[in-house]
Design a protein around this ligand. Structure first.
Ligand code: DGJ
Length: 831
């Protein structure tokens, strides 16, 4: 609900309230963001949309009291200044007591006394850079219009409320529109700003961020996610003190270097308790987030397009939109914040046919064959895939031009007939005949210099003509700031997508920007190239996804180099990382999980030793991690051991049984490997923070829960573990079981001799024979429990293997082990 009273704005969601007001001098003061409060009481109209509400309350004592209360509450929360301290600046000579630097603000620009991060920087009339945006008017309405140039959130139910506040710098004749959208159910408020040049001459915009807010406290800890290729979403924990902490990307993508999602928390915040404020940006290009603690105890947070390298020539009458930024407040710890953001992403970002549709289990050919395949190899792989329950076969890179490695052919999207004599169409037919859907990989934004496309159109590429180019993966970037190139891409991809029965497309992007110069733009507009590229890309994605609504698109950029809400407005899932090692993935996916739901995270089981780390992890663990994303497999199943194929078949069957919960249930984090950052290291002798990771996924109706317990290192003679389920109905009866497993005796090495009647030499023929025929039973867990007992008391799990003794009630739990547990409401079960 949005209420206005005396130029004070109260934006309320189910559990939170955000307040700011226009000060008498016209500057916007940030007043409050936190748990829900009723600031205006009866002084605001009961219906909430309250322009002019104060006049309606002219008579009657009760009304008088209501007005007094509201006035007093607003007064209590707002900034008091009797003098501008020391050498701080006065905003205007009429009021020498007010210094903007001292105050929490909602919008601020440079040149009038606020020396913190500005929201906008513009070179205007006569080269003047001073900006002075003051309140002019506001409008409250219901519903949200799409952006003209950018993706944004949406509300199918049409219930989202909008507040538009118009600010004006009358000297520069610039109008700044601040937008707020309130998504009540998921406790999200999103924001954006639009600058309009209402003057008579062009101006240069050097910075226009999406939002600015000053949190009125200075004891925050910033939690951010930085990384690199195969090491995405590494968690950081930075106590904010005087000065700035900046996250940004200048790769041309939202980047794996610093994800645009971040959050702030307090020192005592944990997964389930305490204050947490999360921020997202719906943008896939260069972004910038700064958190600045000033000497007056305010923490400024800004986010938007990275000003580095950006400048925008704004002609009279033109407007410049900024990407939508997303905020959520939670008093229920990080899981509370994630609950809000997961719901928001699922409901108000992801769209189209796949929004709520279960995603198929796929097999991707990349780690199976890389570039080295032909049709018969692919068909053999597909046959094996089908036999274990795979539903979608994806042909990755290498099917077009003369692409046998990464040095050529990007841009030439015609089949390599040596590899695929019947082309995509012929192959798709054969794959479909097996009962599998068929998907392909493309990288439409790129071109190799060794390609017919580059030879025909060198001017369509981002490069500085005549200057040596810095290449990335031997490829260059098509100039999507040029509408001709956009149209070419739309036409060419439309041709490819309709050339065969294609159900899935993996859209890859494998380099960072360099030499970002467009031959289609004049010199004064070169600072616009990277943002125009994004707008061009969004146009292509929009037109193609609308033209092919049945296709399941998966975004990818060398793994997670463009994992953001902008992409998710078009593609319902993104390949999270080229790192498929289960231990790394457990950490990477846990990181994504703070801000993104599992239904958008592509995750695959791959072979061992793992191709990125050479680590050997149990197949069960690889599955346990991958099934907390959108499950796929990416390995050469033709060469897999029979035992592994059988295990995979059972995994896929299990996944299908739980798919609706795993893809669309509520994902909750318990202990995590990165919990070590809360002050404990990982020890080889103690199951302290950092050694275990717990993931829970609960169905929306709270009847089913799927739990994974992951371990980093085996601990000898370790203590027991009590596993507590989450978010169930306390009064319902549930069955708690585990996934019963059988073990290969070879996992016990020469301990086999402690029970074998004859001596067994390790890896001997005899050992292998025994391993083939004798499987050891794993432990069983089976309890009937009330929800409250299961959530509060928990289940004291069977003892893990610890050096002495093993029987079928001991948990075999080696390094990198995993266990799956299931909770099902009893009445759900057939008698
Ligand atoms: C990078 C992707 O992240 C991989 O999964 C794979 O598709 C390769 N590109 C293919 O070149």
């Amino acid at each position: 609900m949005i209420r206005e009273w005396k130029r004070c704005f109260e934006l309320s969601t189910k559990d939170t309230t955000y307040v700011f007001r226009a000060r008498p001098n016209g500057l916007l003061e940030h007043v409050y963001y936190g748990e829900k409060i009723d600031l205006f009481g009866k002084a605001g109209s009961p219906e909430g949309l309250t322009e002019g509400a104060s006049e309606k309350l002219a008579d009657g004592q009760a009304e008088e009291f209501a007005v007094k209360l509201a006035e007093s509450q607003v007064e209590a929360l707002t900034e008091k200044q009797a003098f501008a301290p020391g050498n701080s600046l006065c905003y205007d000579q009429e009021d020498k007591s007010f210094s903007p630097e001292y105050c929490a603000l909602e919008c601020s620009a440079a040149g009038k006394g606020d020396v913190r991060e500005p929201m906008a920087e513009v070179i205007g009339k006569d080269g003047v850079r001073t900006l002075d945006f003051v309140y002019e008017s506001h409008e409250i309405s219901t519903g949200k219009q799409p952006f003209q140039t950018l993706p944004g959130s949406y509300d199918e139910a049409g219930k989202v409320q909008q507040l538009k506040v118009i600010l004006r710098d009358s000297w520069q004749q610039l109008k700044l529109e601040l937008y707020y959208w309130v998504y009540e159910d998921c406790n999200v408020i999103s924001r954006s700003a639009v600058l309009v040049n209402e003057g008579g001459s062009p101006v240069t915009v050097e910075r226009l961020l999406s939002f600015l807010t000053d949190l009125d406290e200075d004891d925050w800890i910033a939690r951010s996610f930085t990384g690199a290729w195969t090491r995405e979403m590494h968690e950081n924990r930075i106590p904010l003190t005087g000065g700035k902490y900046v996250l940004s990307s200048s790769t041309g993508t939202s980047s794996n270097r610093a994800n645009p999602f971040f959050f702030l928390e307090k020192r005592d915040t944990s997964e389930d308790h305490g204050t947490c404020v999360g921020f997202h940006l719906i943008y896939s290009g260069n972004h910038y987030e700064a958190m600045e603690v000033n000497p007056y105890g305010k923490t400024r947070v800004v986010s938007g397009i990275n000003p580095q390298g950006f400048s925008w020539h704004l002609e009279p009458g033109e407007r410049l939109e900024t990407p939508e930024a997303v905020m959520t407040f939670s008093a229920a710890g990080r899981n509370g914040m994630s609950k809000n953001l997961h719901a928001f992403v699922r409901e108000h970002i992801v769209r189209g046919k796949w929004k709520k549709k279960e995603r198929p289990v796929l097999l991707n050919s990349w780690e199976a064959f890389y570039f080295d395949f032909n049709e018969s190899k692919l068909l053999k792989l597909a046959e094996t895939a089908k036999s274990v329950g795979i539903e979608l076969f994806v042909l990755d890179d290498g099917w077009f031009g003369k692409r046998d490695d990464d040095t050529s052919s990007l841009g030439d999207w015609t089949e390599n007939k040596k590899k695929l004599p019947g082309g995509l169409k012929g192959l798709a037919k054969k794959i479909n005949a097996m009962g599998l859907d068929f998907g392909i990989w493309v990288e439409p934004e790129m071109v190799n210099v060794d390609s017919d496309l580059y030879r025909a159109h060198p001017e369509w590429v981002l490069e500085v003509p005549g200057k040596a180019h810095s290449e990335g993966r031997n490829q260059r970037i098509l100039d999507l700031s040029n509408p001709d190139v956009q149209q070419y891409m739309i036409d060419e991809m439309s041709r490819v997508f309709s050339s065969a029965n294609i159900s899935y497309v993996k859209w890859d992007m494998n380099r960072v920007f360099s030499d970002a110069y467009s031959q289609a733009l004049p010199k004064e507009r070169q600072g616009e190239v990277v943002h125009r590229y994004q707008m061009g890309l969004y146009r292509c994605m929009k037109e193609l996804t609308e033209a092919f609504p049945e296709i399941l698109f998966e975004g990818c950029a060398s793994g997670g180099n463009r994992f953001d809400l902008g992409i998710l407005c078009y593609f319902p899932q993104i390949w999270a990382s080229d790192d498929t090692d289960a231990l790394c993935r457990a950490e990477i996916q846990n990181g994504y999980g703070y801000g993104y739901p599992q239904s958008v995270i592509g995750a695959h089981v791959s072979s061992c030793p793992n191709h990125q780390t050479l680590r050997v992890t149990p197949l069960e663990t690889r599955f346990a991690v991958a099934c907390f994303g959108v499950l796929g497999y990416e390995l050469n199943l033709i060469d897999a051991k029979k035992e592994d194929l059988e295990a995979i078949k059972v995994q896929i069957a299990l996944y299908k049984e739980w798919r609706s919960v795993l893809q669309f249930g509520r994902w909750i984090r318990g202990k995590s490997f990165t919990g070590s950052q809360d002050g404990h290291g990982v020890s080889n002798l103690w199951d302290g923070a950092g050694n275990l990771q717990e993931w829970y996924c609960v169905s929306e109706d709270r009847t089913r829960e799927f739990i994974a317990l992951l371990q980093r290192f085996a601990i000898p003679n370790s203590h027991s573990i009590r596993l507590r389920a989450r978010a169930l109905d306390p009064e319902r009866i549930y069955q708690f079981t585990n996934r019963e497993l059988k073990y290969n005796v070879k996992g016990f090495g020469d301990l086999v001799n402690t029970v074998a009647p004859i001596h067994v030499k390790q890896d001997s023929l005899l050992h292998n024979m025994v391993a083939k025929f004798v499987k050891l039973d794993g432990e069983t867990e089976n309890y009937l429990l009330r929800g409250d007992v299961l959530m509060r008391g928990g289940v004291n799990l069977k003892q893990p293997f610890g050096g002495t003794g093993y029987n079928d009630q001991v948990r075999y739990y080696p390094d990198f082990g995993a266990r799956l547990y299931f909770v099902e409401a009893q009445e759900n079960k057939e008698a």
